[in-house]
Design a protein around this ligand. Structure first.
Ligand SMILES: CCCC(=O)Oc1ccc([N+](=O)[O-])cc1
Length: 308
């Protein structure tokens, strides 16, 4: 049986392209960032039309972050969005069309946050940016036109940040996001799960890349066992916001993500798990490539208001 045939065929050319690109972990990180950001900008389709976008500066201790708000409906509630990219690449521009799509389909404000990237900024810089930007916006919600509740969301490395910041809000008893929407987060180092063993070659995100991203983001081995770096190693999953978890069938990160859903439920947290059959890592931002991916993002977007 040819396993490739079970992957959504809309991903075939992406999979072939990633195989022909060779070993990306051999490229110097800043060059790799330029290459990946440029490729994602150049493959972007026609901009999704949206009524309003507005750029903001988020002034935090010792640094200022860029943010962009997307609003199609004068919405009251908001989702802060942390982009993916292995902690190493991705920015507001490369996520612009995807955030437009999310805002249009969800009818809530989407605020895309540009956090600091590795390897120039190691853990906990991106994590602190995610946590501090949530509290900054929660405190100044009127300046952002927010009258309702605020949730957090992200994909891949950005979903790691969203999950981790919820743990810290719970631990520190600070204001909590209303929901955590996690598109295939990286949750902990892993070598032995079934999904890692079966899918860490051939499906765009390789085991080698996963280790490379983890190495770029971590300062030392101690970081790996810090729950704000690896949310899956937390001792306590109780009293966290409700979660919507999207996993991909052909994703090496899939099994730890589905374990996270189980741990949340065991701890009494409302958690919905949606496995995208035939999907690969990065599916959500491939909403212009795959109808399956597009429909999953639409479905998630449309249930978000139920939590806000
Ligand atoms: C969270 C533990 C370290 C780790 O696995 O880092 C990763 C970061 C990003 C990705 N990714 O974007 O696919 C994967 C792993």
């Amino acid at each position: 049986m040819n396993l490739m045939n079970m992957v959504d065929p809309d991903f075939n050319s992406l999979i072939e392209l990633s195989k022909s690109a060779g070993d990306m972990t051999k490229i110097e990180p800043a060059m790799l960032r330029n290459f990946l950001d440029e490729s994602s900008l150049s493959s972007r389709g026609k901009p999704v039309e949206i009524k309003e976008t507005k750029d903001y500066k988020i002034k935090l201790d010792g640094r200022t972050l860029n943010a962009r708000m997307y609003d199609n409906n004068n919405a009251k509630s908001a989702i802060l969005y942390y982009h993916g990219g292995g902690f190493l690449f991705g920015n507001i521009e490369t996520y612009d069309n995807y955030c437009r799509f999310l805002a249009k389909e969800s009818w809530v404000k989407i605020i895309s946050i540009e956090y600091r990237l590795a390897p120039e900024h190691k853990f906990p810089d991106a994590f602190n940016d995610a946590y501090d930007s949530f509290h900054y916006i929660a405190k100044k919600k009127k300046d952002f036109g927010i009258e309702g509740r605020i949730g957090v969301a992200g994909d891949s490395a950005g979903a790691n940040l969203a999950a981790a910041l919820c743990l810290k809000c719970r631990d520190g008893k600070t204001e909590m996001p209303a929901v955590q929407v996690l598109f295939y987060p990286s949750l902990a180092p892993d070598n032995f799960s079934r999904s890692f063993i079966e899918y860490s070659d051939n499906y765009v995100l390789t085991g080698k890349m996963i280790r490379y991203f983890g190495n770029m983001y971590s300062k030392n081995m101690q970081d790996l066992i810090n729950p704000y770096f690896s949310p899956l190693v937390a001792d306590d999953f109780s009293n966290l916001p409700p979660a919507i978890m999207v996993t991909n069938e052909y994703d090496p990160l899939r099994d730890p993500e589905e374990t996270y859903v189980k741990k949340l439920r065991e701890a009494g947290v409302r958690a919905v798990g949606i496995r995208g059959i035939g999907m690969i890592h990065g599916s959500a931002t491939d909403f212009e490539v795959s109808d399956g991916a597009r429909n999953i993002v639409k479905m998630v977007a449309r249930i978000i208001p139920d939590y806000l």
